[in-house]
Design a protein around this ligand. Structure first.
Ligand SMILES: *Cc1c(COP(=O)(O)O)cnc(C)c1O
Length: 450
């Protein structure tokens, strides 16, 4: 892969201003080929992209294989067998990579988040404010501690928590905010941090999609009290199932270790209630084998995202995710856009997605509905622990607050690309994506016949 001379600040300018300054390749001459009426592939026309594959994900190479074989032969398969095994080594390297002082590896991102909730002493009777537009693991981590996940609405253009709604949802029971960096791009951390300081709340960053992304010169996960990552197969650093917590507060991170190790501290005493969430050595072996290429892949996704954004800026009906000021770079776990049907003669998104798939570029609607519309709310409201720990009035107002109209809009408008693999493609691959969107947009009068 070509080395880029780009600075990270350059990436920011490119990604947010939508310029193509960051693209080191020249744009293929056929980029304009579709600027004329042509038959949509869904109606029998020629597809924009045919018989070409996308880069596959998760990534593996000889280094990953060698690393797993080495661990197998070492007979060190569990982290407590050796202080120089793959898990402790990965923790050191991941902390270095992110700029955090400490890291505790876990068996998943959900486990990482739950460990933090417990280590911060959050439990029954406490509330944590988070997003309805996220992986179920986010709220599972709060529910596992029998605390109450309070869902605030989104900013419709960034798909991130709306800080103003977060502040409205604070009660006397609120202990923490769990901002989720959706798609791998930063939340409005400036305002969220300000709100947390003002109300004396902890901040647990759900950076499970946001490896290496940077905001105001700091990597995501290092802005709040603690930051959590997932290394599940689809994520941009992956080992099947895995997770990690990063942070600078030695005492808190030591407590995270104790909690995740069935309550047993590094001193060997069983001190608190805790689950057993240790990462195993094979998982860390895969991660160590992948680390050497992780930054290069991150830079490539950023370059490709900047190119796509620059190509899409003239198509009014497809609007890329809004990035907040202060976004130095994104992780681009997903490359997300909003499909605005008013610019497609009112045609429903389903037909647009079908037309795109026929052109050889599949976009996904991603999360069908927000977590505020899932049945877990009825479940917890019928549980004794919630009935005992919260007043009837609070549980009634909680139920009434589970309304997130902006999240509903985002779910209806989302059209995104699973980016871990595809955004590692060439500029020609990216041109195919933009050409296909352009073709469908310019021939939108045909969409109703699909
Ligand atoms: C993947 C993910 C999680 C959960 O991580 P697991 O490793 O799957 O448990 C939590 N939050 C977000 C935003 C995620 O994308």
């Amino acid at each position: 892969m070509d080395k880029t001379s780009l600075t990270r600040r350059g990436l920011l300018a490119a990604a947010s201003a939508g310029t193509i300054a960051a693209v080191s390749h020249s744009i293929p001459a056929y980029a304009n080929i579709t600027k004329k009426a042509s038959k949509l592939a869904a109606l029998g026309g020629r597809p924009v992209r045919k018989n070409k594959s996308w880069p596959r994900w998760p990534h593996w190479d000889q280094e990953v294989i060698d690393s797993v074989v080495k661990t197998t032969k070492s007979r060190i398969w569990c982290r407590i067998q050796s202080s120089s095994g793959t898990v402790p080594t990965f923790e050191k390297k991941f902390a270095e990579l992110t700029g955090a002082k400490f890291c505790v590896a876990t068996g998943s991102g959900t486990q990482a988040l739950h460990t933090c909730v417990e280590a911060l002493g959050i439990g029954p009777g406490d509330e944590v404010i988070t997003s309805p537009y996220t992986d179920p693991g986010t709220i599972a981590s709060i529910l596992a501690a029998r605390a109450l996940p309070v869902l605030a609405d989104l900013d419709r253009q960034s798909y991130q928590l709306d800080p103003a709604d977060v502040e409205k949802k604070i009660t006397e029971n609120t202990r923490a905010i769990m901002p989720v960096h959706m798609m791998g791009q930063p939340c409005n951390m400036q305002e969220i941090s300000q709100i947390a300081r003002k109300h004396n709340l902890k901040v647990i960053e759900d950076a499970c999609q946001a490896h290496l992304a940077e905001y105001q010169g700091k990597q995501l996960g290092t802005i709040g009290d603690v930051g959590c990552f997932s290394f599940q197969s689809s994520k941009t650093l992956a080992c099947g199932e895995g997770g990690g917590i990063i942070g600078d507060d030695e005492e808190l991170m030591d407590r995270c270790y104790t909690v995740h190790n069935h309550g047993t501290s590094r001193r060997g005493r069983t001190e608190v209630a805790g689950p057993k969430y240790r990462m195993n050595e094979f998982e860390a072996a895969v991660l160590l084998g992948q680390l050497s290429g992780v930054r290069e892949r991150f830079l490539r996704r950023n370059r490709n995202a900047a190119y796509l954004t620059s190509r899409l800026k003239d198509i009014p009906g497809i609007v890329p995710q809004k990035l907040y000021e202060g976004t130095t770079s994104g992780s681009f776990y997903l490359y997300a856009t909003s499909y605005l049907k008013e610019h497609f003669d009112g045609v429903e998104r389903a037909k647009f997605l079908k037309a795109m798939a026929a052109e050889g570029v599949s976009l996904s609607p991603y999360i069908r509905q927000g977590l505020h519309r899932e049945p877990w709310i009825d479940h917890i409201l019928s549980q004794n622990v919630y009935k005992k720990m919260f007043s009837e009035q609070r549980l009634r107002s909680y139920r009434e607050q589970c309304v997130c109209p902006n999240c509903d809009r985002v779910c209806q408008e989302m059209a995104m690309i699973w980016a871990s693999g595809p955004l590692l493609g060439t500029t020609e691959d990216m041109a195919d994506i933009a050409d296909a969107i352009e073709k469908v947009y310019e021939n939108r009068d045909q969409l109703r016949s699909i």
